[in-house]
Design a protein around this ligand. Sequence first.
Ligand SMILES: [Zn+2]
Length: 308
Amino acid sequence: MSNDVVVALDVGGTGMKCALVRPDGTVHHAERHPTLAARGPEAVTANILDVAAGLADRARADGLTPVAAGVAVPGVVDEETGTAVWSSNVGFRDVPLRALVSDRLGVPAALGHDVRVGGMAEARLGAGREERHVLFIAIGTGIAAAHVVDGKAFAGAHGAAGEVGHVIVRPGGPPCGCGARGCLESVASASAVGRRYVELSGITGVTASDVVTRAAAGEELARTVWTEAVEAFADGLLTAQALYDAGIVVLGGGLAESGEALLAPLRIALDARITFHRMPRIVRAALGDTAGCLGAALLALDTLEAPS
Ligand SMILES: [Zn+2]
């Protein structure tokens, strides 16, 4: 038992974070590979299988036994059937990844959604580990979220639960990638913050983190843009809190790296909106960009515990 490890892969649009993880969640070995998304979904699938098999070989070479595998992918994931249904950045269309990985490695496998498993890892091993009701929100190019209760992320009936980024906070507002207008993602994601500043200032190439830096330095326009984003975020979070009554909100993704510049005004803005709701703790994610890979490992470990 003590020699057991699981093979874990977090497949992103450009890179894959991979690891051999022990049953207690500690990492024995980690490595990164390019996803090779430009070569098409078949090449990506072959690449995933080769990397997973390579990790299993590495485990055996180290005297360990690979007992299960977990893979996290972006896009629409059918966790019941283990199918990568659709992904814009990796190009998956109905790829039965769980069965392919399980067949290649000869061990049970699990397939999960990158943000949901990342939220699961934050809830069990990271910033949310002392709370039962965790809302994980990743703020980057978009805004994605996962609702995790007792360490289990809820996928919903169609694999789309917890999409806090598409709560409409500014009706008639900026167009969102989903086709609606004024979604939280369209006004408070890192891309939206950068875009808004560029729009108002005429200065090109300014990112959200530049806006945070400029706002901290006292620049009026940057402060206005940042405040607008934080206020929109608080509106979205108020809806989320009405639905989920989270004990803790864990913020990850690129924009969460602005730390207290985001957290402090967000706590104040949410507190000002709260009526009957209870205020959740609002903290920054603890696992950084390894959350997805650790979450994939947790999914793999869960397959060993589940009665089949
Ligand atoms: Zn949307």
